[in-house]
Design a protein around this ligand. Structure first.
Ligand SMILES: Nc1ncnc2c1ncn2[C@@H]1O[C@H](COP(=O)(O)OP(=O)(O)OP(=O)(O)O)[C@@H](O)[C@H]1O
Ligand SMILES: [Mg+2]
Length: 333
């Protein structure tokens, strides 16, 4: 199939905020994009060894993308649990007690929905394991199904007036039930700015202090997305006191890296293998995209500019995106 601007537009190839499910499919490992990057490999190895890990990068740099790739639902030997942060207010991190409630609630909901789904599938004879089910907590985690879901569901029944010690105990048992399946449970705190974005230094200090200290008591690996801006709210040693392994998202410095990311998008969204980008990008366009990226080291921003440039080129009646479309789109905001 020929690659045209219309194909790119129809297939939303430059969507800059994909779902978590799609993030994993779109990801090109930084370890392939940059020599000596040691990003995905280190995250996977650190997680397997239960090293508490910080993934540090500015907004749009690729933290969630790396997490979706390394800790997606198909991660081998790992049982990742991405703690949903979108729908909760910052008071969840006020104390380990509230964090414990949030984790219990999350595990209960996953186990409930999975056990129920498994039961109904057994009845209808459709127990094929689908790759993922879209949508927040309702993910069909490969590892949490059938008997294991029922076991975990049983573990997380707890009195409402339980103490933190009781809750820690219940969470420990639930995570151990997962570990018995030879899977390493991983608690992932991604998009922490949803909690910490508007909160002051006190909240940041609490989450990275007593919050993480408590989380480390649990039999699970821990991965936390860290925005460098937190270091302005609390000192770096304070933020990192419990996060021994610190992985910085690398900064891309070659237009070939940008092209690799765009090619993966075309392959996944438009289902064109080994696309020839020179059918849609004029010479100099990928360098112009790299320059946009370099302004904030945001792949999201680079994709957003590509998206705007694509639509400008189409409305111009141009057959390809040129550097001038990229520059105009970048200036448009
Ligand atoms: N290595 C990569 N390969 C392919 N796409 C990438 C890569 N890194 C980032 N992206 C894309 O860039 C966009 C932003 O990435 P992502 O959501 O991971 O950023 P983030 O660091 O988590 O930002 P935030 O701090 O705002 O949550 C997404 O559309 C993602 O698909
Ligand atoms: Mg993110």
């Amino acid at each position: 199939m020929p690659l045209t601007l219309e194909t790119l537009a129809e297939n939303y190839v430059f969507e800059s905020s994909p779902t978590r499910h799609d993030l994993g499919a779109f990801h090109v490992p930084f370890d392939d994009l940059m020599e000596g990057s040691n990003t995905e490999v280190r995250l996977r190895n650190g997680t397997m060894r239960r090293e508490p890990t910080a993934l540090i990068g500015t907004s749009g740099s690729g933290k969630s993308s790396v997490i979706a790739h390394v800790l997606g639902p198909l991660a081998e030997d790992l049982a990742p649990l991405v703690v949903p942060l979108a729908a909760v207010s910052s008071d969840v991190i006020e104390s380990p007690d509230r964090l414990a409630d949030h984790l219990l609630d999350m595990i209960r909901r996953i186990a409930n929905s999975d056990a129920r789904r498994f039961d109904s599938e057994l009845e209808t004879g459709t127990t094929t394991i689908t790759r993922t089910q879209r949508g927040g907590v309702g993910f069909r985690w490969r590892w949490l199904s059938g008997d294991l879901a029922r076991e975990v569901q049983r573990q997380v029944q707890i009195e409402t007036r339980a103490t933190l010690v009781d809750k820690t105990d219940v969470l420990t048992k639930a995570l151990e039930a997962v570990a018995v399946q030879e899977l390493q449970p991983v608690l992932v705190f991604d998009d922490t700015d949803r909690w910490l974005g508007n909160s002051g230094s006190e909240m940041v200090g609490r989450f990275f202090g007593e919050g993480l200290r408590w989380l480390l008591e649990l039999p699970a690996s821990l991965v936390v997305a860290v925005h460098p801006r937190y270091f302005e709210l609390a000192s770096r040693p304070e933020v990192m006191q419990y996060l021994d392994t610190q992985i910085e998202i690398p900064r891309l410095d070659k237009s070939s890296a940008i092209e690799a990311i765009l090619s993966r998008r075309v392959e996944t969204c438009a289902e064109i293998n080994n696309p020839n980008l020179s059918q849609v990008l004029l010479p100099g366009a990928s360098e112009a995209i790299l320059n946009v990226y370099k302004m904030s080291h945001s792949v999201r921003r680079a994709l957003h500019v590509c998206h705007t440039a694509l639509h400008e080129a189409i409305s111009d009646g141009a057959p390809m995106i040129g550097p001038r479309h990229i520059m105009a789109a970048a200036n448009a905001g």
